[in-house]
Design a binder for this molecule. Structure first.
Ligand code: ZN
Length: 200
């Protein structure tokens, strides 16, 4: 399967001719004129898992023209360049489901290969409605919104959403009401991350 960059002939930075260079055992488009090397990486997606007091999950129906149109998914979308991943998750909840949320803990991280030409890494966050009485409404890339029992979801757009819903159906406590991570918890995450990078 061809990949983005395979058919490039000119450097996107200086316009010079592109060749190939191997980095990390993978050939990559490279410019001998300005040293530009094109690293192809997956996109990053953020999704929110909001549950009502009876354990139902908030899903949105994908609008026509999008992958999985008319099927359902957790509110989700791409993280923009320079955007915090949690801010992206909250933004998508507002844009697609019309609800302001408080972002909580990570409940799933997974690679998505449902579109082989556009692989992504997805991060699903538990989230709470800022206003518990808020009524979701479909917007942006969504044509519908609703609350569903995780055990009996509507037709789903993404296999990784299906995996998480199956897990929620088996152990409803897996994602309970959550609060935003405390400053101490965030500091703990940073410490662990530092230890990992030192170990490398
Ligand atoms: Zn160049």
């Amino acid at each position: 399967m061809s990949r983005p960059g395979d058919d490039w002939t000119c450097c996107p930075r200086c316009g010079g001719p592109l060749g190939w260079v191997e980095r990390g055992g993978i050939p990559r488009p490279a410019c001998a004129t300005c040293d530009f090397v094109f690293f192809l990486n997956p996109g990053v997606g953020a999704a929110v898992v909001v549950r009502d007091p009876s354990g139902r999950v908030l899903l949105v129906q994908r609008a026509p023209g999008h992958f999985g149109a008319r099927r359902w998914c957790f509110p989700c979308g791409y993280v923009e360049w320079g955007e915090d991943v949690r801010a992206a998750a909250a933004r998508e909840a507002l844009e697609e489901a019309g609800v302001a949320v408080v972002i909580g803990e990570v409940v799933q991280v997974a690679s998505n290969f449902h579109e082989p030409g556009k692989p992504t890494v997805g991060i699903w966050f538990a989230a709470e409605l800022l206003d518990p009485d808020a009524t979701p409404s479909a917007g942006d890339d969504a044509s519908g919104v609703g609350w569903f029992d995780p055990a009996t979801p509507p037709p789903l757009a993404f296999p990784t959403d299906a995996a998480l819903l199956a897990r929620l159906a088996q152990s409803p406590a897996a994602v309970s009401a959550t609060s935003a991570p405390s400053a101490a918890a965030s500091a703990g995450v940073r410490k662990r991350a530092n230890r990992r990078s030192r170990a490398r």
